[in-house]
Design a protein around this ligand. Structure first.
Ligand code: HEM
Length: 451
């Protein structure tokens, strides 16, 4: 057959622009899922279109997910150009093959349960401090910005060992850097992209100082290699080819700050919103946490073993992520011609995956519209590549356990020490590209017990 006849159905639309504006508009108006479903109705689960300048094949369903997440020899992860320039070209998302494995291995070491156990105390301290200073004396709190600040501080403290005073310099620049992450990469004064690049360069300067100080302390034996991720990365031996270059350490430190804080903040924000609207789930969660709090002194920090008891809470968080995936979808670059479902996907194109379509498939999740945390009671019954909030395959999110620990500790202190109600009953949200409730979700706060 003529190769062009083997391309998936659909239309590439106007060159370069294609259907990008339609998708962006749909995401902004919270109809992204509908936009995608219309496409599936019209062309089926495999179709072509043009997104963000590139001819693209959109694939959906567990078999397609497996193909996208596992075909590392024909597909490479693709981020918007703006993101690569802001975070740095040696960040893990840009790496493939041996380089990806090496950097992922080093980062994952710090995010595994064995290492995380040690940090529950630090996570606990940071979250209590945040709630004490930002919730306790306030009648109203905007949840999304509050959760973003909370998760940023947790990452700085646990992963980077950056103390409170030194973090404040980073916080503002970090917010500025995020604004241009998904912008058109035009570097002219006053474009979002330009502001982001400038903020990123200031963050890198600060991080370089942090790295230098840790290198010095490591040399003098004032620090052990497992105290924080940066010190660990600096200590890796060059003899077995494990070392990360200075550029890689810097780029991946920035990447981890980005990847590790927004997503968890979104889960916590939608959890707060859901609990305000669902008294039955709230009562069950509260009960789970009161049982744990009952056997601890008020000042006593949570431990890893306490977190293991918070099973229902994590099921609720997973159901939140099924219904509102923090990451809407993503792209892979096609590095060599490849076939899927009888169609040709040519080299140079990109492949687009989306989590919602699979998460809302009634053949996988019965009555998908219903909020039902019990779906996650038996994880093994959920078929592979069906719950993809954290991705899957060799690039599955290495921060899963970290996000889980952070979410559980935060929920514990929020439900046992505070009560809240929504100030704005409007339940809609926009995707920007991450889901954000209107006005950042303002809630009225009542203190139940001190922290
Ligand atoms: C609820 C919270 C989180 C969600 C929903 C989430 C989601 C995801 C998803 C979907 C991917 C895969 C992207 C793809 O294959 O295209 C990913 C990758 C990644 N995530 Fe997360 N993430 C979360 C928290 C975190 C945290 C806390 C960290 C670190 C502290 C982190 C670090 C990373 C890194 C480094 C990658 C890239 C892995 C690689 O390319 O090998 N994430 N995440």
């Amino acid at each position: 057959r003529n190769p062009s006849n083997r391309l998936p159905p659909g239309s590439l639309g106007i060159p370069i622009i294609g259907q990008s504006l339609g998708l962006l508009w749909a995401m902004r108006t919270n109809t992204g899922e509908q936009w995608i479903n219309n496409k599936i109705k019209k062309f089926g689960p495999i179709s072509k279109l043009t997104l963000f300048g590139n001819p693209t094949v959109f694939l959906t369903g567990p078999v397609a997910n497996k193909f996208i997440f596992s075909s590392t020899d024909s597909l490479a992860l693709q981020q918007p150009q703006s993101m690569c320039r802001i975070i740095g070209r040696r960040n893990i998302l840009e790496l493939i093959g041996k380089d990806h494995k090496r950097v992922r291995g080093a980062i994952s070491y710090f995010l595994k349960p064995e290492a995380l156990r040690k940090y529950v105390f630090k996570i606990d301290q940071e979250i209590r401090h945040h709630l004490r200073t930002n919730w306790s004396d306030h009648n109203q709190v905007k949840i999304l910005p509050s959760m973003k600040s909370l998760t940023f501080n947790v990452i700085c403290s646990t992963i980077f060992g950056i103390e409170r005073g030194a973090r404040e310099i980073l916080v503002q620049d970090f917010a500025k850097m995020m604004t241009g992450m998904w912008s058109v990469p035009v570097n002219l004064p006053f474009t979002n992209f330009n502001q982001s690049l400038k903020a990123s360069s200031r963050i890198r300067k600060e991080l370089t100082k942090v790295i230098e100080e840790k290198r010095r302390a490591l040399k003098l034996g004032e620090r052990s290699s497992d105290e924080d991720l940066i010190t660990y990365l600096l200590s890796l031996g060059s003899d077995n080819g494990e070392t990360l270059t200075e550029e890689e350490i810097l780029d991946n430190a920035v990447l981890l700050m980005v990847a590790g804080h927004d997503t968890t903040a979104i889960v916590l924000t939608f959890l707060v919103r859901h609990l305000a609207n669902d008294p039955i789930t709230y009562a069950k969660i509260l009960n789970e946490h009161e049982e744990i709090a009952k056997i601890k002194a008020p000042e006593e920090a949570l431990t890893w073993d306490d977190l293991l008891k918070m099973k229902f809470t994590w099921r609720v968080a997973q159901e939140i992520m099924r219904t509102i995936p923090p990451v809407f979808g993503g792209f892979r670059r096609v590095i060599k011609d490849v076939e899927f479902g009888g169609y040709l996907i040519p080299k140079g194109w990109q492949v687009f995956w989306n989590a919602s379509v699979t998460h809302m498939d009634e053949s996988i999740f019965k009555e998908p519209e219903k909020f039902d945390p019990s779906r996650f009671e038996k994880q093994s019954e959920i078929p592979p590549y069906c719950f993809i909030a954290f991705g899957a395959g060799p690039r599955i999110c290495p921060g899963y356990e970290f996000a889980k620990a952070e979410t559980l500790v935060a929920v514990h202190y929020m439900v046992t020490r505070f009560k809240w109600s929504l100030c704005c009953k409007d339940n809609t949200f926009v995707r920007d590209p991450n889901p954000s409730p209107k006005q950042g979700l303002p809630v009225s706060i009542e203190v139940k017990a001190s922290l």
